[in-house]
Design a protein around this ligand. Structure first.
Ligand code: KDG
Ligand code: MG
Length: 405
């Protein structure tokens, strides 16, 4: 069996997705996600111009060898573009292997270690009543863990919360030639957020697992204070408190708080997480299959994490495609140190372009039992939605300084 074709498909059913479709000489196809939000065309070019031609004629069953070939063989290692391209190939080859074996990918990974994958949803609001409505709506849908985001008085719309942001949606601020800009004030945020959690706990009780994302916006000492101030509200995790490239920052945060810490959605290699895991500076590692080298590399990261009592918490926003959600769910079902999986519902149009076997039921995701990853792409529908430039917003302080997020 040989790879005979590798096509890059860019589609924008409400938002952009880059998908690799690998085909073998006996007609088996595999899909991989290569979407890097706001930088989609860079990965598409990397795949089309530099990777697809190298795949032709290769044995699709040699997943590890192909991974090493694309990683070590390129000389230029790591980085979101390279690792998303490798991830797409990797997912597509696991998909093919599953289809050839007649087994869902989780069976190839050792079989199910649990019956379903606990997920958390996103609730947000401009004010407390809107936030409560959002939490209630998600609980009615069956979610058993909820991430809480809130607008901050005095600030306008901030990423993922605030006037004009419908809860559950977490998209780029708009499609256009340039990113929109938002204004940020860490002091106002730190004064507001603990009160939000106090009210949420009063309303929804002590048992509901609650999470929060600080989007890398705090200094270490600010993050330490936030973690300490949130301790009475018993968070499941506090995510991305400091800029992720500064691994040492989390040591300081750790010294001041017992609030569990999670980070990793912007990581693309085991080397980005190794110190955080080995020195037990975090509790959950949040790498995504698409941004960190696919199933093969995530498996390696989670195996390292297992040694140190760190659990998985894969990134699963709407800007990763259903192919990544499927890859994550297969892995989550199989690994021993699964923690939780992020789950934002894609818009119905996205699910029409990417029909999938994974399903949400009563707070849990299950990958389904179709051979391979269990996701298809409807190429005719995909072609109806051409690429549109879209960017994440840029974050500035009141004086105009560009700020982390
Ligand atoms: O593309 C960026 C988004 O995926 C990210 O901002 C979402 O922070 C996020 C999350 O936790 O889902
Ligand atoms: Mg996040």
């Amino acid at each position: 069996m040989k790879i005979s074709d590798a096509q890059v498909i860019i589609t924008s059913p409400g938002r952009n997705f880059v998908t690799l479709m690998v085909t073998t000489d006996d007609g088996v196809t595999g899909l991989g996600d290569a979407t890097v939000n706001g930088r989609e065309l860079a990965v598409a070019s990397y795949l089309r111009d530099h990777v697809a031609p190298l795949l032709i004629g290769r044995d699709p069953h040699r997943i590890e060898d192909t991974w090493q070939y694309l990683y070590k063989g390129a000389y230029w290692r790591r980085g979101p573009v390279t690792m998303a391209a490798i991830a797409a190939v990797d997912m597509a080859l696991w998909d093919i292997k599953g289809k050839v074996a007649g087994l869902p990918v989780y069976q190839l990974l050792g079989g199910a270690s649990r019956d379903g994958v606990l997920v958390y949803c996103h609730a947000s609001g401009s004010d407390i009543p809107e936030l409560f409505d959002s939490v209630e709506r998600h609980l009615e849908l069956g979610y058993r863990a909820v991430r809480i985001q809130s607008a901050v008085p005095g600030l306008g719309k901030i990423y993922g919360a605030g006037p004009g942001v419908s809860s559950g949606r977490y998209e780029p601020a708009g499609r256009g030639a340039a990113p929109s800009e938002e204004t940020w004030d860490t002091g106002a945020y730190l004064r507001h957020i603990p009160g939000v959690f106090e009210k949420v706990r009063e309303r929804f009780g002590p048992d509901l697992p609650l999470l929060h994302d600080a989007h890398h916006r705090l200094t270490p000492i600010q993050a330490a204070r936030l973690g300490r101030d949130l301790e009475p509200y018993d968070l499941f995790w506090l995510e991305d408190v400091t800029p992720a490239e500064d691994q040492e920052a989390l040591r300081l945060v750790r010294q001041h708080t017992t609030t569990p810490l999670a980070i990793g959605e912007v990581f693309n290699s085991i080397f980005d997480c190794e110190r955080l895991i080995r020195e037990r500076l975090i509790d959950y590692i949040r790498v995504a299959a698409v941004h960190a080298g696919g199933i093969t590399h995530l498996k390696r990261i989670f195996a390292l994490a297992e040694l140190y009592g760190v659990k998985s918490g894969s990134h699963g926003p709407t800007d990763v495609s259903p192919v990544t959600m499927a890859a994550a769910t297969h892995l989550d079902l199989a690994i021993p140190n699964f923690g939780i999986q992020e789950h934002m519902r894609h818009e119905p149009l996205v699910d029409e372009v990417f029909p999938h076997a994974y399903r949400f039921d009563d707070g849990y995701l299950h990958p389904g039992d179709e051979p391979g990853l269990g996701v298809r792409i409807d190429t005719e529908r995909a072609a109806r939605y051409p690429y549109e430039p879209a960017y994440l917003p840029v974050n500035r302080l009141a004086d105009g300084t560009v700020h982390d997020w």
